[in-house]
Design a protein around this ligand. Structure first.
Ligand SMILES: C[S@@+](CC[C@H](N)C(=O)[O-])C[C@H]1O[C@@H](n2cnc3c(N)ncnc32)[C@H](O)[C@@H]1O
Length: 364
């Protein structure tokens, strides 16, 4: 049952009331809740600073140096080029965020958050890439109003806006680096061995297909992306010994038909990059390329997925706003659009980590 409006208004008045805040912080039973609320509000105010502490630790080479073994402050000063007092300031800040941990007098190792991040090349590449995003966010209201047309992210994602790409190296490498964590989730949720031919649309340098190749050795593979990206895919797949196994097709899914022959088409982190009209065109082309009974597996962070609210509705929505096109969608909205494009059925498939990726599967 929804909470009545008058009750929500009363709760809002109480939480904003200074006397109530003081009482809640002093009373034994409400104290933990009051502290949690205060901490959450503070984290919201200070989040940018936390991100910059992480960015500085990464750029100074400290995360990397500690990922091998614990080190003395003197050794870290040499790695980072920072003076001892500035290094202590950074290490103490990182300690408060669980990036670093003291291991004796003037010795440091990675804390739990630092250890998890240092093992994740994709997350670290995103931390570096955020330089551009955060520069675009310096005036968030101007971005919302649409005053800022040319952003760092519009230039970075060269297909944004014009629908064509020329400079593709930066984003293709970034996507390839962050693909393993996404691929792991998808392969856990879906058995690719049941498909004879898989076509990955917007498949980048073929990073996802490398994972499918290992998980489904008998499945034939196809990749479709913009021509400039496909020539990069050709080199990386050759280097991985998969050149003969993956058929490559260059083109634009906004203008060209997709190759036929696959019984499963995958669309990974692609739909959210595009406005509704482009997604309708893309879904129509995918439907036309599939035989009756063929499937589309669409994977990306989705709005409204369990535990994914901040990722999809705050982070990704503002990221795409800065990129100049696209939007996070709910699984229900994607299913609706797929049915409208002529698919017979469309349904969400559960994943372990919806914050990273949610899945919708549609049958032609
Ligand atoms: C965000 S990246 C995702 C890449 C890959 N699927 C992954 O998850 O790592 C989007 C991909 O869609 C491709 N793309 C964008 N617009 C396209 C178009 N009109 N036709 C074909 N590919 C396109 C891009 O070149 C890029 O490789």
């Amino acid at each position: 049952m929804p909470i009545p409006g008058w009750l929500l208004a009363w709760r809002g008045r109480m939480l904003a009331n200074e006397r109530f805040q003081r009482w809640a912080a002093n009373f034994l039973l409400t104290r933990p809740v009051a502290r949690r609320h205060a901490q959450r509000a503070f984290d919201l105010c200070a989040g940018f600073v936390y991100s910059q502490v992480l960015a500085a630790s990464l750029r100074a080479g400290i995360l990397d140096a500690l990922s091998r073994t614990a080190k003395s402050e003197a050794a870290l000063a040499e790695v980072s080029g920072l003076t001892p007092d500035r290094l202590s300031l950074l290490l103490a800040a990182g300690e408060s965020l669980e990036l670093f941990e003291r291991r004796g007098a003037q010795r440091w190792g990675l804390g739990p958050v630092g250890a998890a991040l240092s093992a994740n090349a994709g997350a670290l590449a995103m931390v570096k890439h955020h330089e551009l995003f955060y520069a675009d966010l310096s005036d968030p209201l101007a971005l919302l109003r649409g005053d800022t047309k040319k952003t760092h992210l519009t230039e970075y994602w060269s297909y944004a806006g014009a629908g064509e790409a020329n400079e593709v190296q930066g984003y293709s490498e970034l996507m390839a680096r962050s693909q393993p964590m996404v691929a792991r989730e998808i392969l856990r949720a879906w058995d690719f061995r049941r498909h004879a031919v898989v076509l990955d649309v917007g498949g980048g340098e073929g990073a996802f297909l490398k994972h499918v190749a290992a998980a489904a050795p008998k499945t034939r593979l196809q990749l479709f992306d913009l021509p400039e990206v496909v020539s990069r895919a050709s080199r990386t797949l050759d280097a991985a010994g998969l050149g003969a196994r993956v058929a490559l097709h260059g083109g634009s899914f906004l203008k060209d038909e997709l190759p036929k022959g696959a019984d499963l088409i995958t669309l990974i982190r692609v739909a959210h990059d595009h406005d509704d009209e482009a997604v309708r065109t893309l879904f129509g082309r995918i439907r036309a390329a599939l035989p009756v009974g063929g499937r589309l597996l669409l994977a990306e962070p989705m709005s409204g997925a369990r535990g994914a609210g901040r990722m999809a509705d705050a982070y990704l929505a503002f990221y795409l706003l800065a990129m100049g096109q696209g939007r996070p969608r709910t699984s229900a909205r994607l299913c609706e659009m797929l049915l409208a494009a002529g698919f017979r059925t469309a349904r969400p498939v559960p994943t372990h980590m919806p914050m990273l990726t949610s899945i919708v599967v549609a049958e032609a």
